[in-house]
Design a protein around this ligand. Structure first.
Ligand SMILES: N[C@@H](CCC(=O)N[C@@H](CS)C(=O)NCC(=O)O)C(=O)O
Length: 219
């Protein structure tokens, strides 16, 4: 029987990967629908555009989630909806509040990186990015001091999934970038040791690349 939950996105990690981790962590089966962008020089998006307006989405975009009669877009809305469904928003009001804050901080972090990755001057901008990003990495590392998970609770909450993904992407781009951040390194290890995540990372379903789509400076 096909899974009730469907996630649609490009055939890359991108904005869908935190959602995929969350569903795996929750032990929820889902249909992972992936659209492939065409090769240069056209970089065709036809595989998606041909279905974009046929799915009953009020604001058609990628990623999208279909869960019965719930059909939504906006990656953070999807992440927060699923976190709420599976009890991953935090045990206390303080943890919940900090989780919501960190989901947004993760998105700001991602947008800063995406602006460079998808810029035609990527090769000129990336070194400067690797210098300035330390302000953000230091802030995340300091915030994690004395915490197991970013929102401060005993268990992962929604924000840990995009934060893991983004930190892992930085480490993939520049392997020593986290060398001065012991809390971030411990967090990555802890996340990867969650049994459901460990099984997913070792499965044929997980892919390391492509992280980004075909027009990006780093894929
Ligand atoms: N704010 C949206 C941004 C979504 C977005 O920009 N999606 C890109 C891929 S990362 C896309 O190609 N959307 C398909 C479209 O525009 O039709 C989100 O967080 O989901």
């Amino acid at each position: 029987m096909p899974s009730q939950i469907k996630i649609g996105y490009w055939k890359i990690r991108g904005l869908a990967q935190p959602i995929r981790y969350l569903l795996k962590y929750a032990g929820q089966d889902f249909e992972n629908i992936m659209y492939e962008q065409g090769d240069p020089p056209d970089y065709s998006r036809e595989s998606w555009f041909t279905v974009k307006h046929t799915l009953g989405l009020a604001f058609p975009n990628l990623p999208y989630l279909i869960d019965g009669d719930i059909r939504i877009t906006q990656s953070n809305a999807i992440l927060n909806y699923l976190a709420s469904k599976f009890g991953l928003c935090g045990e206390t009001d303080k943890v919940k509040a900090e989780n919501f804050m960190m989901v947004e901080n993760a998105m700001d972090f991602r947008n800063g990186l995406a602006k460079v990755l998808y810029n035609r001057d990527y090769s000129k901008l990336i070194d400067d990015y690797f210098t300035t990003v330390h302000t953000t990495l230091k802030a995340f590392d300091t915030f994690l001091e004395g915490r197991t998970w970013f929102a401060g609770g005993k268990n992962p909450t929604a924000c840990d999934f995009p934060l893991y993904e983004l930190l892992d992407q930085h480490r993939l781009m520049k392997p020593d970038i986290l060398k001065d951040y012991k809390n971030l390194q411990a967090f990555l290890k802890r996340f990867e040791e969650l049994p459901q995540i460990k099984a997913y990372l070792q499965s044929g379903e997980f892919f390391t690349h492509p992280v980004n789509n075909k027009t990006a400076g780093w894929k």
